[in-house]
Design a protein around this ligand. Sequence first.
Ligand SMILES: [Fe+2]
Length: 343
Amino acid sequence: MRTATLAPTLALLALFVVGGCGVGTDTDVVNVYSHRHYDTDQQLFDTFTEETGIQVRVVSASADELITRLEREGARSPADLLITVDAGRLHRAKERELLQPVESPELEEAVPPNLRDPEGYWFGLTTRARILAYARDRVSPDELSTYEELTDPRWEGRILVRSSENIYNVSLMASLVAALGPEGAEEWAAGVVENFARPPQGNDTDQIRDVAAGVGDVAIVNSYYVGRLLNAEDEASRELARGVGVFFPNQDDRGTHINVSGAGITAHAPNREHAIRLLEFLVSEEAQRLFAQANYEYPVRDGIPWAPSLAEWGEFRADELNLARLGELNNESVRIFDRVGWP
Ligand SMILES: [Fe+2]
Protein backbone atom coordinates (compact mmCIF):
# COMPACT_ATOMS: atom_id res chain seq x y z
CA MET A 1 0.00 0.00 0.00
CA ARG A 2 2.79 2.28 1.05
CA THR A 3 4.71 2.19 -2.20
CA ALA A 4 1.53 2.46 -4.23
CA THR A 5 0.45 5.71 -2.56
CA LEU A 6 3.95 7.08 -2.35
CA ALA A 7 4.83 6.49 -5.99
CA PRO A 8 2.71 9.24 -7.57
CA THR A 9 4.00 11.77 -5.04
CA LEU A 10 7.59 10.83 -5.75
CA ALA A 11 6.95 10.84 -9.46
CA LEU A 12 5.61 14.37 -9.21
CA LEU A 13 8.62 15.38 -7.17
CA ALA A 14 10.92 13.86 -9.74
CA LEU A 15 9.17 15.82 -12.43
CA PHE A 16 10.11 19.04 -10.63
CA VAL A 17 13.64 17.94 -9.92
CA VAL A 18 14.58 16.84 -13.44
CA GLY A 19 12.09 18.93 -15.32
CA GLY A 20 10.36 15.91 -16.80
CA CYS A 21 13.08 15.36 -19.35
CA GLY A 22 13.03 11.60 -18.93
CA VAL A 23 16.26 11.25 -16.98
CA GLY A 24 16.12 8.20 -14.75
CA THR A 25 15.26 8.61 -11.12
CA ASP A 26 14.33 6.05 -8.53
CA THR A 27 10.70 6.53 -9.34
CA ASP A 28 11.10 5.89 -13.05
CA VAL A 29 10.67 2.16 -12.86
CA VAL A 30 8.66 -0.57 -14.45
CA ASN A 31 8.16 -3.86 -12.60
CA VAL A 32 8.11 -6.99 -14.71
CA TYR A 33 6.88 -10.42 -13.65
CA SER A 34 8.45 -12.77 -16.16
CA HIS A 35 8.45 -16.45 -16.94
CA ARG A 36 11.24 -15.83 -19.44
CA HIS A 37 14.70 -16.26 -18.00
CA TYR A 38 17.19 -15.72 -20.77
CA ASP A 39 20.28 -13.51 -20.48
CA THR A 40 19.26 -11.78 -23.67
CA ASP A 41 16.13 -10.43 -21.99
CA GLN A 42 18.32 -8.56 -19.51
CA GLN A 43 20.22 -7.09 -22.44
CA LEU A 44 16.90 -5.89 -23.88
CA PHE A 45 15.85 -4.32 -20.58
CA ASP A 46 19.25 -2.60 -20.24
CA THR A 47 18.87 -1.07 -23.69
CA PHE A 48 15.39 0.14 -22.77
CA THR A 49 16.77 1.76 -19.61
CA GLU A 50 19.57 3.46 -21.56
CA GLU A 51 17.09 4.89 -24.03
CA THR A 52 14.35 5.96 -21.63
CA GLY A 53 15.89 6.29 -18.18
CA ILE A 54 13.25 3.88 -16.90
CA GLN A 55 14.64 1.13 -14.67
CA VAL A 56 13.32 -2.38 -15.26
CA ARG A 57 12.93 -4.56 -12.19
CA VAL A 58 12.34 -8.21 -12.95
CA VAL A 59 10.79 -10.93 -10.81
CA SER A 60 11.36 -14.33 -12.45
CA ALA A 61 9.20 -17.36 -11.73
CA SER A 62 6.91 -19.76 -13.56
CA ALA A 63 3.76 -18.24 -15.04
CA ASP A 64 1.60 -20.19 -12.59
CA GLU A 65 3.55 -18.85 -9.63
CA LEU A 66 3.37 -15.32 -11.00
CA ILE A 67 -0.39 -15.58 -11.58
CA THR A 68 -0.89 -16.84 -8.01
CA ARG A 69 1.25 -13.99 -6.75
CA LEU A 70 -0.73 -11.40 -8.73
CA GLU A 71 -3.96 -12.81 -7.29
CA ARG A 72 -2.62 -12.68 -3.76
CA GLU A 73 -1.26 -9.15 -4.11
CA GLY A 74 -4.43 -7.81 -5.73
CA ALA A 75 -4.57 -4.02 -6.03
CA ARG A 76 -1.35 -3.73 -3.96
CA SER A 77 0.73 -5.57 -6.56
CA PRO A 78 3.84 -3.69 -7.70
CA ALA A 79 3.76 -5.57 -11.02
CA ASP A 80 3.23 -3.61 -14.23
CA LEU A 81 3.86 -6.19 -16.91
CA LEU A 82 3.35 -9.97 -16.98
CA ILE A 83 5.48 -11.91 -19.48
CA THR A 84 4.80 -15.59 -20.16
CA VAL A 85 6.07 -18.19 -22.61
CA ASP A 86 2.66 -19.14 -23.98
CA ALA A 87 -0.67 -17.61 -24.91
CA GLY A 88 -2.63 -20.01 -22.69
CA ARG A 89 -1.29 -18.51 -19.46
CA LEU A 90 -1.89 -14.96 -20.70
CA HIS A 91 -5.46 -15.93 -21.44
CA ARG A 92 -5.76 -17.38 -17.93
CA ALA A 93 -4.43 -14.13 -16.44
CA LYS A 94 -6.99 -12.19 -18.47
CA GLU A 95 -9.83 -14.49 -17.34
CA ARG A 96 -8.84 -13.94 -13.73
CA GLU A 97 -8.95 -10.18 -14.27
CA LEU A 98 -5.24 -9.77 -13.67
CA LEU A 99 -4.63 -7.85 -16.90
CA GLN A 100 -6.01 -4.66 -18.44
CA PRO A 101 -6.54 -3.77 -22.09
CA VAL A 102 -4.21 -1.45 -23.96
CA GLU A 103 -4.89 0.54 -27.08
CA SER A 104 -1.69 1.26 -28.95
CA PRO A 105 -1.39 1.76 -32.70
CA GLU A 106 2.28 0.82 -32.42
CA LEU A 107 1.48 -2.56 -30.86
CA GLU A 108 -1.37 -3.21 -33.26
CA GLU A 109 0.81 -2.47 -36.24
CA ALA A 110 3.76 -4.58 -35.10
CA VAL A 111 1.88 -7.65 -33.84
CA PRO A 112 -0.31 -9.58 -36.33
CA PRO A 113 -3.95 -9.94 -35.17
CA ASN A 114 -3.78 -13.70 -34.55
CA LEU A 115 -0.81 -13.22 -32.21
CA ARG A 116 -2.53 -10.87 -29.77
CA ASP A 117 -5.66 -10.75 -27.70
CA PRO A 118 -8.56 -9.35 -29.76
CA GLU A 119 -9.36 -6.96 -26.90
CA GLY A 120 -5.77 -5.82 -26.33
CA TYR A 121 -5.18 -7.63 -23.02
CA TRP A 122 -1.95 -9.22 -24.25
CA PHE A 123 0.45 -9.14 -27.19
CA GLY A 124 2.81 -11.76 -28.63
CA LEU A 125 6.49 -10.80 -28.63
CA THR A 126 8.02 -13.84 -30.32
CA THR A 127 6.64 -17.00 -31.88
CA ARG A 128 7.80 -20.59 -31.66
CA ALA A 129 6.69 -23.54 -33.78
CA ARG A 130 5.88 -26.97 -32.33
CA ILE A 131 7.82 -29.02 -34.88
CA LEU A 132 8.77 -32.66 -35.44
CA ALA A 133 12.42 -33.39 -34.68
CA TYR A 134 13.39 -36.63 -36.43
CA ALA A 135 16.39 -38.93 -36.54
CA ARG A 136 18.04 -38.21 -39.87
CA ASP A 137 19.49 -41.73 -40.14
CA ARG A 138 16.20 -43.53 -39.48
CA VAL A 139 13.48 -41.27 -40.83
CA SER A 140 13.18 -39.60 -44.20
CA PRO A 141 11.29 -36.28 -44.23
CA ASP A 142 9.09 -37.81 -47.00
CA GLU A 143 7.62 -40.10 -44.36
CA LEU A 144 6.41 -37.14 -42.30
CA SER A 145 3.40 -34.98 -43.08
CA THR A 146 1.04 -33.99 -40.26
CA TYR A 147 0.56 -34.24 -36.49
CA GLU A 148 -2.41 -36.47 -37.29
CA GLU A 149 -0.27 -38.93 -39.23
CA LEU A 150 1.79 -39.68 -36.11
CA THR A 151 -1.04 -41.99 -35.03
CA ASP A 152 -0.29 -44.38 -37.90
CA PRO A 153 0.72 -47.86 -36.66
CA ARG A 154 4.06 -47.57 -38.47
CA TRP A 155 5.16 -45.13 -35.75
CA GLU A 156 4.50 -47.65 -32.99
CA GLY A 157 7.14 -47.36 -30.27
CA ARG A 158 8.82 -44.42 -32.05
CA ILE A 159 7.19 -41.17 -30.85
CA LEU A 160 8.77 -39.03 -28.12
CA VAL A 161 6.92 -36.24 -26.35
CA ARG A 162 6.88 -34.70 -22.90
CA SER A 163 4.10 -34.82 -20.30
CA SER A 164 0.64 -33.40 -20.96
CA GLU A 165 1.07 -31.22 -17.88
CA ASN A 166 3.25 -29.02 -20.00
CA ILE A 167 1.48 -26.00 -21.45
CA TYR A 168 3.13 -26.43 -24.87
CA ASN A 169 1.31 -29.75 -25.25
CA VAL A 170 -1.94 -28.37 -23.85
CA SER A 171 -1.82 -25.60 -26.45
CA LEU A 172 -0.98 -28.07 -29.21
CA MET A 173 -3.99 -30.15 -28.15
CA ALA A 174 -6.14 -27.00 -28.14
CA SER A 175 -5.10 -26.37 -31.75
CA LEU A 176 -6.15 -29.92 -32.64
CA VAL A 177 -9.50 -29.46 -30.88
CA ALA A 178 -9.99 -26.30 -32.94
CA ALA A 179 -9.07 -28.13 -36.17
CA LEU A 180 -10.62 -31.59 -35.66
CA GLY A 181 -13.26 -31.07 -32.99
CA PRO A 182 -13.08 -32.66 -29.51
CA GLU A 183 -13.68 -36.23 -30.71
CA GLY A 184 -11.12 -35.97 -33.48
CA ALA A 185 -8.58 -34.52 -31.07
CA GLU A 186 -9.23 -37.29 -28.55
CA GLU A 187 -8.76 -39.92 -31.22
CA TRP A 188 -5.51 -38.25 -32.19
CA ALA A 189 -4.21 -38.19 -28.61
CA ALA A 190 -5.14 -41.86 -28.09
CA GLY A 191 -3.28 -42.75 -31.27
CA VAL A 192 -0.14 -40.90 -30.21
CA VAL A 193 -0.22 -42.62 -26.80
CA GLU A 194 -0.34 -45.96 -28.67
CA ASN A 195 2.86 -44.99 -30.45
CA PHE A 196 4.87 -43.65 -27.48
CA ALA A 197 8.50 -44.80 -27.48
CA ARG A 198 8.35 -44.54 -23.68
CA PRO A 199 6.15 -42.83 -21.08
CA PRO A 200 6.46 -39.02 -21.32
CA GLN A 201 9.34 -37.63 -19.29
CA GLY A 202 11.78 -34.71 -19.32
CA ASN A 203 11.58 -31.44 -21.19
CA ASP A 204 11.76 -30.66 -24.91
CA THR A 205 15.58 -30.79 -24.93
CA ASP A 206 15.44 -34.29 -23.42
CA GLN A 207 13.13 -35.43 -26.24
CA ILE A 208 15.66 -34.23 -28.84
CA ARG A 209 18.51 -35.91 -26.99
CA ASP A 210 16.47 -39.13 -26.89
CA VAL A 211 15.94 -38.97 -30.66
CA ALA A 212 19.71 -38.72 -31.07
CA ALA A 213 20.22 -41.55 -28.57
CA GLY A 214 17.82 -43.83 -30.45
CA VAL A 215 15.15 -44.05 -27.73
CA GLY A 216 12.62 -42.96 -30.35
CA ASP A 217 12.63 -41.61 -33.90
CA VAL A 218 10.36 -38.55 -33.93
CA ALA A 219 9.88 -35.97 -31.16
CA ILE A 220 7.27 -33.23 -30.85
CA VAL A 221 9.18 -30.15 -29.60
CA ASN A 222 9.42 -26.37 -29.82
CA SER A 223 11.67 -25.15 -32.60
CA TYR A 224 14.04 -23.03 -30.50
CA TYR A 225 15.24 -26.03 -28.51
CA VAL A 226 16.76 -27.47 -31.68
CA GLY A 227 18.21 -24.02 -32.45
CA ARG A 228 19.80 -23.86 -29.04
CA LEU A 229 21.41 -27.30 -29.34
CA LEU A 230 22.69 -26.56 -32.84
CA ASN A 231 24.38 -23.44 -31.48
CA ALA A 232 25.40 -24.81 -28.07
CA GLU A 233 28.82 -24.08 -26.66
CA ASP A 234 29.76 -27.71 -26.30
CA GLU A 235 30.59 -29.59 -29.48
CA ALA A 236 28.83 -32.76 -28.23
CA SER A 237 25.45 -30.99 -28.22
CA ARG A 238 26.04 -29.48 -31.62
CA GLU A 239 27.05 -32.86 -33.01
CA LEU A 240 23.94 -34.48 -31.56
CA ALA A 241 21.69 -31.76 -32.97
CA ARG A 242 23.14 -32.20 -36.45
CA GLY A 243 21.77 -35.74 -36.47
CA VAL A 244 18.25 -34.43 -35.92
CA GLY A 245 16.13 -32.97 -38.70
CA VAL A 246 13.42 -30.32 -38.30
CA PHE A 247 10.07 -30.93 -39.98
CA PHE A 248 7.16 -28.46 -40.06
CA PRO A 249 3.94 -30.50 -40.03
CA ASN A 250 0.64 -29.71 -41.77
CA GLN A 251 2.13 -27.57 -44.53
CA ASP A 252 -0.54 -28.71 -46.99
CA ASP A 253 -3.45 -27.77 -44.77
CA ARG A 254 -3.79 -25.47 -41.74
CA GLY A 255 -0.07 -25.06 -41.01
CA THR A 256 2.24 -25.88 -38.10
CA HIS A 257 1.01 -25.08 -34.60
CA ILE A 258 2.70 -21.99 -33.18
CA ASN A 259 2.58 -20.26 -29.82
CA VAL A 260 3.94 -16.98 -28.52
CA SER A 261 5.96 -15.66 -25.69
CA GLY A 262 3.93 -12.58 -24.89
CA ALA A 263 3.04 -9.91 -22.37
CA GLY A 264 0.15 -7.96 -20.91
CA ILE A 265 -0.19 -4.91 -18.65
CA THR A 266 -1.36 -5.94 -15.17
CA ALA A 267 -4.77 -4.80 -13.93
CA HIS A 268 -3.36 -2.52 -11.21
CA ALA A 269 -0.09 -1.47 -12.84
CA PRO A 270 1.30 1.44 -10.77
CA ASN A 271 3.55 2.45 -13.69
CA ARG A 272 1.12 1.85 -16.52
CA GLU A 273 2.59 4.36 -18.98
CA HIS A 274 6.12 3.05 -18.49
CA ALA A 275 4.86 -0.51 -18.96
CA ILE A 276 3.19 0.39 -22.25
CA ARG A 277 6.41 2.04 -23.35
CA LEU A 278 8.34 -1.12 -22.50
CA LEU A 279 5.83 -3.27 -24.36
CA GLU A 280 6.14 -1.00 -27.40
CA PHE A 281 9.92 -1.18 -27.14
CA LEU A 282 9.81 -5.00 -27.07
CA VAL A 283 8.08 -5.08 -30.47
CA SER A 284 10.34 -2.39 -31.95
CA GLU A 285 12.76 -3.34 -34.73
CA GLU A 286 15.72 -3.11 -32.40
CA ALA A 287 14.27 -5.43 -29.75
CA GLN A 288 12.80 -7.85 -32.27
CA ARG A 289 16.22 -8.21 -33.87
CA LEU A 290 17.72 -9.18 -30.54
CA PHE A 291 14.91 -11.63 -29.73
CA ALA A 292 15.38 -13.24 -33.13
CA GLN A 293 19.13 -13.69 -32.88
CA ALA A 294 19.45 -14.67 -29.27
CA ASN A 295 17.03 -17.45 -28.38
CA TYR A 296 16.20 -18.84 -31.83
CA GLU A 297 12.63 -17.60 -31.66
CA TYR A 298 10.75 -16.04 -34.57
CA PRO A 299 10.12 -12.28 -34.37
CA VAL A 300 6.43 -11.29 -34.46
CA ARG A 301 7.32 -8.22 -36.47
CA ASP A 302 7.69 -8.44 -40.23
CA GLY A 303 10.99 -7.81 -41.98
CA ILE A 304 13.31 -8.82 -39.11
CA PRO A 305 16.10 -11.20 -40.16
CA TRP A 306 15.99 -14.66 -38.59
CA ALA A 307 18.84 -16.42 -36.82
CA PRO A 308 20.90 -18.45 -39.36
CA SER A 309 19.62 -21.84 -38.09
CA LEU A 310 16.03 -20.73 -38.53
CA ALA A 311 16.72 -19.27 -41.94
CA GLU A 312 18.19 -22.64 -42.94
CA TRP A 313 14.98 -24.45 -41.97
CA GLY A 314 13.19 -21.99 -44.21
CA GLU A 315 9.80 -20.33 -44.29
CA PHE A 316 6.79 -22.37 -43.27
CA ARG A 317 3.05 -22.06 -43.09
CA ALA A 318 1.90 -21.39 -39.52
CA ASP A 319 -1.57 -22.21 -38.23
CA GLU A 320 -3.36 -18.86 -38.21
CA LEU A 321 -5.78 -19.75 -35.45
CA ASN A 322 -6.12 -16.81 -33.06
CA LEU A 323 -4.00 -17.82 -30.09
CA ALA A 324 -6.69 -16.63 -27.69
CA ARG A 325 -8.55 -19.81 -28.75
CA LEU A 326 -5.76 -21.90 -27.23
CA GLY A 327 -6.59 -20.43 -23.84
CA GLU A 328 -10.32 -20.91 -24.31
CA LEU A 329 -9.82 -24.58 -25.17
CA ASN A 330 -7.31 -25.19 -22.36
CA ASN A 331 -9.63 -27.01 -19.93
CA GLU A 332 -11.14 -29.20 -22.61
CA SER A 333 -7.64 -30.13 -23.78
CA VAL A 334 -6.53 -31.13 -20.28
CA ARG A 335 -9.58 -33.38 -19.94
CA ILE A 336 -8.81 -35.11 -23.24
CA PHE A 337 -5.25 -35.88 -22.10
CA ASP A 338 -6.67 -37.37 -18.90
CA ARG A 339 -9.16 -39.53 -20.76
CA VAL A 340 -6.60 -41.04 -23.12
CA GLY A 341 -4.02 -41.67 -20.40
CA TRP A 342 -1.32 -39.29 -21.64
CA PRO A 343 0.34 -38.57 -18.32
FE1 LIG B 1 10.47 -23.35 -23.51
